[in-house]
Design a protein around this ligand. Structure first.
Ligand SMILES: [Zn+2]
Length: 366
């Protein structure tokens, strides 16, 4: 990275941070970057560089909370693999992170209390069972199992768990039919859903060995999809914001909860959180992510998926991830600030289906 590539900019308004003085930005190859030293200090974190300076660790006291690498989008947040939208860059002993990654990848994970505006406390959960009808999705060639069957099965298991936990659930399909992706987000919007989780299973043929969990988010405006960074591919960044971009920070918080719970429960490997311009997420008027809990192209994972108890484990992990997100939002709502740590949340009469003002989370599963 040459010094000539750096140009000092006037600080742009931070769309995520509230009540914070702004960070100074530099423009590198057309992208706004901020100094990681300055950005970490704003969050009360300290930086520790490795020698030689190819990686940097962010620490909260003695506790490592993030590891970032020079010229790399591959980052680690508290043991979870997360792909940034732009590579981290090192110059003259200083690390720089893109402004969008700072606002929408780093801050929501480490200091969600600094993100605004707060989304609604979740009550209505939209579940989207991927594929259906003539669209089988991925298929395992050894066992002839189809993605569309498992997405619906896991969604039905998740619906039962969410309903038992006190949430209202809307499904984008309940039978073996194909529903256009744009209609799926419309179904969630019409039901006033507070979040959407799209359920899918992965495929990487001819590779039959790779397994693990992948979480997909819609990229912030002007950031590229993860796939577009592959050799020979071009930027697919979009100039206009999609409706779901209003929830960039909260998509990250939701993804983080689901990611942690799925990786911990399945122990099959962490393929990371990635960006993709997914039509099912684009039009959402609430936070939403897509989860790929296993690879159908892997015979080992296809075998596990054939077991109902394994599909129960996936559904339980997704429920736990939604509850983690819900807990974070509840903690951040001002109405909950007075609740002492460890105390049960105040009980408030249940709202009507279209009301989102109720600040408490539905009851935990007994
Ligand atoms: Zn799929």
């Amino acid at each position: 990275m040459r010094l000539a590539a750096f140009a000092l900019l006037l600080s742009a308004a931070a769309p995520c941070l509230r009540a914070e003085a702004d960070l100074s930005a530099v423009r590198i190859s057309g992208t706004d970057y901020v100094s990681l030293d300055e950005g970490a200090a704003r969050l009360g974190l300290r930086i520790e560089r490795s020698i030689p300076q190819t990686t940097v660790m962010l620490k909260d006291g003695a506790q490592p909370v993030a590891r970032l690498g020079d010229h790399s989008r591959d980052a680690d947040f508290k043991g979870l693999r997360v792909f940034l939208g732009d590579p981290v860059l090192e110059h003259g002993g200083k690390f720089y992170i893109s402004r969008l990654d700072y606002d929408y990848r780093l801050v929501p994970r480490l200091r969600p209390d600094l993100c605004a505006p707060l989304p609604r406390q979740p009550h209505v959960i939209a579940i989207d069972p991927g594929h259906g009808g003539p669209d089988d999705g991925a298929e395992n060639r050894t066992y002839h199992s189809m993605e569309k069957t498992y997405t619906l099965d896991v969604s039905e298991r998740l619906k039962k768990l969410l309903t038992a936990a006190g949430y209202s659930v809307v499904m984008t399909r309940e039978t073996d039919v194909d529903v256009p992706k744009e209609i799926r987000s419309e179904i969630a919007n019409k039901a006033n859903a507070d979040l959407l989780v799209s359920i899918h299973f992965n495929s990487l043929y001819p590779n039959t060995k790779t397994g693990g969990v992948e979480i997909m988010l819609f990229p912030p405006r002007t950031q590229r999809s993860a796939d577009s960074w592959s050799p020979g591919k071009k930027s697919d960044a979009e100039d206009a914001s999609a409706p779901v971009n209003s929830f960039n920070a909260w998509n990250t918080v939701l993804a983080g909860g689901l990611h942690r719970r799925l990786v911990d429960a399945l122990k099959t490997g962490d393929r990371g959180e990635k960006f993709e311009h997914l039509r099912v997420l684009r039009g959402l008027k609430c936070p939403g992510v897509l989860v790929e809990s296993a690879f159908l192209s892997s015979d080992a994972e296809a075998q596990r998926l054939a077991t109902p108890s394994y599909r129960d484990t996936i559904a339980s992990a997704i429920l736990a991830g939604i509850q983690d997100y819900s807990d974070t939002i509840r903690r951040l709502h001002p109405a909950q600030v007075a609740t002492p740590p460890g105390a049960a949340p105040a009980t408030v009469p249940a709202p009507g289906p279209a009301s989102h003002s109720q600040p408490t989370r539905p009851n935990a599963v007994p």
